[in-house]
Design a protein around this ligand. Structure first.
Ligand SMILES: Cc1ncc(COP(=O)(O)O)c(C=O)c1O
Length: 361
């Protein structure tokens, strides 16, 4: 355990009602890459306003990518980050996609540590169920009007406290299949976290919300036959439990155009190694939903962690997952969710070594 004194949550914040929106904190960490010198040693910045060149490639050509991860407080008040290395590796794949220099894993981890350490008072108390949401961003900040790499890139990491998405318990939702817009092309950018994959889904997501669908599902762009992922989370389904062994199969698409969700990969480990279930990463046909193969479906990702889906609507077609009327999380996902949150909150032993740094901050 770290010998440093514990920094408690700031007592001027109403921790029960923090919600999920941007808030100022003590500041953020910023590293700069230049053609001549590569990555610098980074600085801590307290002013949330960035001074950006008018000709920055990040602004003009979307030469950028980002990440999202969380830090949690345990019973003793210590703070740990959930699997930052996996996000660091994913950001390197995104950097390659947008023709940007990779942020070395050590710099990514150091930036996360510096940001969290400087903002420990903004990590919510454990009992609130909240966390510090950490947002790393890499973008072309130097001037370049041609199409190519900027002479300067910025890597920033800021954080903000966020509340428990499901204060009153996990609530199942209805999802809408987006038919008139394809999120990513075959062999395109879908497996990376570049901003361009997101802005284009805001319109369809907003229209779906107006119709009463909090989440939207994308099928494969080429044939609209296979399930890809939700707009901001991966698709996961559970088969009915075996009547004797009670075991289930955890099914998730292996599409090359979806993001490798850290949440989904972690839930796979729990399903297989803790619960002894089978895990299938494979092409998932949309019509498998119609055939009733799945007892439970969920959207999984860092922000909400796990959102059960009880109904999937595609044009005039309404597919119920189970009764379609559930008001609570199903038994299978409840088991996965409990184990997963238990590790993050420190209530369960961290058998996979996911919480970083092990000694806490
Ligand atoms: C398109 C997309 N898929 C899946 C996810 C879930 O990934 P993770 O579990 O790493 O947050 C996200 C969120 O980051 C996302 O934006």
């Amino acid at each position: 355990m770290s010998s440093r004194a514990i920094v408690p949550p700031n007592n001027t914040i109403d921790w029960a009602n923090v919600g999920f929106q941007y808030r100022d904190t003590n500041g953020f960490t910023k590293y700069t890459w230049t053609t001549e010198k590569g990555w610098d040693k980074g600085v801590f910045v307290t002013d949330p306003m960035l001074n950006i060149h008018v000709c920055a490639t990040g602004l003009h050509y979307g030469q950028q990518c980002f990440e999202g991860l969380k830090a949690f407080r345990d019973n003793d008040g210590r703070v740990r980050v959930f699997r930052p290395r996996v996000n660091a590796e994913r950001m390197q794949r995104s950097a390659d996609m947008a023709y940007m220099p990779r942020v070395p894993i050590e710099i990514f981890e150091e930036a996360v540590r510096r940001t969290v350490e400087a903002n420990l008072e903004y990590v919510p108390p454990k009992e609130s169920g909240g966390s510090l949401y950490i947002r790393p961003v890499l973008f072309g900040s130097g001037p370049f009007i041609g199409m190519g790499a900027a002479p300067e890139f910025s890597f920033i990491v800021f954080g903000m406290p966020v509340g428990n998405y499901y204060k009153g318990g996990v609530v199942p939702v209805d999802a809408l299949v987006i038919e008139d817009f394809d999120r990513t092309a075959p062999n395109g950018t879908g497996a990376t976290k570049v901003g361009g994959n997101y802005a284009s889904t805001f319109g369809p997501m907003h229209r779906a919300k107006e119709q009463g669908y909090p989440i939207t599902l994308h099928l494969d762009s080429k044939t609209h036959t296979f399930i890809d992922e939700f707009s901001t989370s991966n698709f996961v389904a559970l088969t009915h439990p075996d009547p004797i062994t009670k075991q289930r199969t955890f099914v998730t698409p292996n599409s090359s155009t979806i993001l490798q969700s850290v949440t989904r990969l972690s839930l796979e480990d729990i399903a297989e190694k803790t619960l002894g279930w089978k895990v299938e990463e494979r092409a998932v046909r949309f019509d498998e939903l119609e055939q009733g193969n799945f007892a439970e479906v969920a959207a999984v990702g860092t922000a909400a962690i796990l959102t059960p889906v009880r109904k999937i609507v595609r044009g005039d077609q309404v597919i119920n997952i189970g009764s379609g009327q559930q008001t609570e999380i199903g038994d299978g996902f409840a088991q996965l969710y409990k184990e997963y949150r238990g590790i993050q909150s420190g209530d369960q032993e961290d058998v996979f070594g996911w919480m970083w740094p092990a000694e806490g901050l």
